[in-house]
Ligand binder design. Structure first.
Ligand SMILES: [Zn+2]
Length: 284
């Protein structure tokens, strides 16, 4: 009778076919357990009650997972470039290399060894990169690496001069700026292009005076390739401005976002790879 009743319910709920086998099996097990509960000693009244009134879950609707509830999902942009042997490196720098030291087929486990220049791909420069007594990674506070950021777009060939920043509508409370340039256009090869767009040394000083605490760019360096005296880096790093390089901003429109850019914890290093994301402000 119970099997018949359950089948009718299942038909009505439109889930008979997927439960056609489970219904009689469940009812048989229920009968068998009930029978055993009454014929064997040592089973508590509580347990007997549960066997009499089992919690049937067959026809219960699954609860909705959070992403099915209709709540708006924050739009997250991964603005980090993948680290691989395809990543272009600065002339003279060692290429990225991932060497397999153990393989599953041979050793029962996969393990690898990484070797690469810390300024490959998306990374942070610590002041020690361009100053003998500058702070290393351990001296950089995470505060500046998390928070509101504004993305500006620049279409020229660079270096980006002061007139661009003066004309740009930078928010009064803006402390983190990211520069989207033609550096973000997809590259057809892993060959390093020295004609990347960067920032002029006058602009570097302007950013310091403006109170910018973090400047990011989508090229391999914040300073032009042929900047022999490293003036741009020195001005920014000496003032404690965080420099993010090698961002990928191709999918990011100029607007306001929430930035999270966390470097690997390598205390003594002069830089480190960063996994950087932007979250659209209104979606938070
Ligand atoms: Zn760098």
């Amino acid at each position: 009778m119970n099997t018949f009743g359950d089948s009718v319910h299942a038909l009505r709920d439109g889930c008979f076919i997927e439960n056609a086998i489970e219904i009689p099996v469940f009812r048989f097990l229920q009968f068998w357990a009930t029978y055993r509960a009454h014929t064997r000693s040592g089973i508590s009244k509580d347990m007997q009650r549960q066997l009499y009134y089992p919690r049937l879950r067959l026809f219960r609707k699954k609860s909705k997972s959070p992403h099915q509830t209709g709540a708006a999902k924050p739009c997250i942009y991964d603005i980090s470039r993948p680290l691989s042997a395809k990543a272009p490196v600065w002339p003279g720098a060692k290429s990225f290399s991932l060497e397999w030291t153990k393989r599953f087929e041979r050793d029962g486990v996969n393990e690898s060894h990484l070797s690469f220049n810390l300024h490959t791909g998306t990374h942070i420069d610590a002041p020690f990169h361009f100053a003998a007594d500058g702070a290393r990674l351990e001296g950089i506070s995470l505060d500046a690496l998390i928070g509101k950021a504004q993305v500006l777009q620049y279409f020229g060939s660079g270096p980006i001069d002061v007139s661009f920043f003066e004309a740009a509508e930078i928010a009064n409370d803006c402390r983190r700026l990211l520069l989207r340039t033609r550096n973000s256009l997809p590259q057809s090869s892993a060959i390093f292009d020295p004609n990347f767009v960067a920032v002029s040394s006058e602009s570097a000083q302007w950013l310091v005076d403006r109170g910018i605490e973090l400047i990011g760019i989508d090229g391999p360096s914040i300073q032009p390739f042929h900047d022999e005296d490293n003036r741009v880096h020195q001005v920014l790093l000496a003032a404690g401005v965080i420099v993010l390089e090698g961002l990928d901003l191709k999918d990011v429109e100029p607007a306001h976002y929430h930035l999270t850019a966390l470097p690997l914890n390598i205390p003594e290093a002069e830089g480190a790879p960063v996994r950087a994301i932007l979250v659209q402000e209104e979606a938070q």
